[in-house]
Design a protein around this ligand. Structure first.
Ligand code: ADP
Length: 494
């Protein structure tokens, strides 16, 4: 430990000589400065933060009481002992009221004086240590305010005693609703999950592995990677939000499974057909051969569609996709798509595809090929997800500024909770439900992104078990006044 520094102030030169010697004889690890006046003392006090000050109460110029006031201003908390003359009892009391640590009456009882000085120095050191710890704590608290990880403290009684802003942001639980309450009451699921959180007994990196655990807060599931460190004051837990990473990981896993299934099914059909065609031991008639070649053609096309979807989604993500902005008649386009889809799904006798037009023409600005792709996808989904058949209706309804193309089916419908998620990349509603119906989960993502890039929007309304309506809404462009429709051919009089 450092030497304790003491300042002795007295106008009596003899005492200034004798007292330090007496102190040094009885105390170790101490260094003593002396000052002959209060002014002299103040100068030193400004420079040195003493552990204790001993001053005579009566001095010419500034006396001990005035010095006490000044010390309180410059170095508050420095214990100051006052030496009082014989019979100056009132002054001593006044000094104690003024904040003096103790007083020693002349003639000085050395034992008492040394004991008091030792206590003063000890108290000062404790004060300093407390201050240091308080500052360190404040610094840590400030750091905790700014870290991205959620941090909270659960005391030995199970009450939450610290809850940093990141904890509030991640969980949506405000500090005031959590602090001072039992963790089991305010942190949903804590009573079950809390005991499974790994808690280290020594702080430090790698002292324990965090666990990723699910919490349900206000109906939303969040996945937190969480670990704790035990201290005397309780357990400090730190966590970060892995909900998105986890969801993405799950999606990636599902996507790999979906894509490999999507690739494997057509590949198996192609491979099987080709092998059959190659066999010499069976005689295939022309009809059979043609059938097998058709399978190969169709399945190859399906393969290239999957590949094209993945590529297109990737291009949309990276912003590399250039779209045309041409004026086109969406009523006509919808008509063509319906015609085409009727023949594609000719085998689905249980589904009829109808089109309803309010106006013969509705013009929008966009990329015709891509818009065709969007409508094909929506009609295709409507048929695909109507396993029990029904009507698929395509309606084109212009209003003063926009035109909406809606595709309504009477199929499976989509649960409310899934209605926004189906537009996410690779997202497919419960694979069990749509088993046997191929898809990569990219279709609606691509559709929505394409429509957005044409300044429109794609939305859905649906009731589970009753059917769905997907609506593409696009801004209308004015029917070109400068370029009227060609007049109907009127027979000219000869
Ligand atoms: P895919 O059809 O390739 O799986 P999409 O992105 O086109 O991918 O659709 C995502 C999911 O949305 C589908 O897996 C399906 O569960 C659901 N879905 C899309 N259209 C409909 C619809 N018309 N009716 C019911 N569910 C649908």
């Amino acid at each position: 430990m450092n030497e304790a520094r003491v300042l002795l102030v007295d106008d009596d030169a003899a005492l200034l000589e004798a007292l330090p010697q007496a102190i040094l004889l009885r105390m170790d690890g101490i260094s003593i400065d002396t000052a002959q006046s209060a002014f002299d003392a103040l100068e030193r006090i400004r420079e040195v933060d003493y552990d204790a000050i001993v001053t005579d109460i009566k001095m010419p110029g500034m006396d001990g009481l005035a010095l006490l006031d000044e010390i309180d201003k410059i170095r508050p908390g420095t214990p100051t002992l006052l030496i009082t003359g014989h019979g100056e009892h009132d002054l001593a009391v006044q000094a104690l009221r003024g904040g003096a640590y103790d007083f020693v009456a002349k003639p000085i009882d050395r034992d008492y004086f040394i004991a008091s000085l030792e206590r003063a120095i000890k108290m000062r050191r404790l004060d300093r240590e407390v201050d240091r710890q308080r500052i360190a704590l404040q610094r840590h608290a400030r750091v905790l305010e700014h870290v991205d990880d959620g941090v909270f403290l659960v005391d030995p009684a199970g009450l939450v005693q610290h809850w940093n802003p990141a904890a509030a942001a991640i969980t949506g639980l405000a500090a005031m609703t959590v602090l001072g309450h039992a963790a089991d009451d305010v942190l949903p699921g804590w009573s079950a999950v809390g005991p499974t959180v790994p808690v280290a007994s020594v702080p430090g990196p790698g002292s324990t592995e965090a666990r990723t655990l699910p919490f349900e807060i206000d109906g939303r599931e969040i996945w937190l990677s969480i670990s704790g460190v035990a201290f005397e004051d309780g357990v400090v837990y730190a966590f970060r939000n892995l909900t998105e990473e986890r969801a993405l990981d799950e999606l990636k896993g599902e996507f790999v499974a979906t894509v490999s299934h999507e690739l494997r099914t057509p590949l198996a059909a192609i491979y099987g057909s080709a092998q059959t065609l190659l066999r010499r031991d069976i005689d295939l008639d022309d009809g059979k051969r043609r059938q097998l070649l058709e399978v190969i053609a169709q399945e190859s096309e399906r393969l290239s569609r999957v590949a094209a979807d993945i590529l297109l989604a990737n291009n949309l993500d990276s912003g590399r996709l250039q779209l045309e902005q041409r004026r086109l008649d969406i009523s006509q386009l919808a008509h063509d798509v319906v015609e085409g889809m009727r023949s594609v799904h000719a085998d689905r006798g249980d589904v009829s595809i109808e089109v309803t037009l309010q106006e013969t023409h509705s013009f929008v600005a966009g990329d015709e090929d891509k818009l065709r792709q969007v409508l094909i996808n929506l009609v295709d989904n409507a048929v695909k997800y109507s396993p029990d058949g029904g009507t698929v209706e395509v309606r084109i309804e212009p209003n003063s500024t926009n035109v909406s193309v809606s595709v309504t089916d009477q199929g499976l419908g989509i649960p409310i909770a899934e209605q926004q998620r189906i537009f996410g990349k690779f997202y497919r509603v419960d694979p069990q439900l749509s088993r046997g119906v191929g898809g990569t989960g990219l279709g609606l993502y691509i559709c929505r992104e394409l429509v957005r890039r044409m300044d429109g929007c794609l939305t859905v309304t649906s009731r589970e078990g009753e059917g769905s309506t997907f609506v593409v809404e696009l801004p209308l462009v004015a029917t070109r006044a400068a370029e009227p429709e060609p007049p109907e051919a009127v027979p000219q009089p000869a």
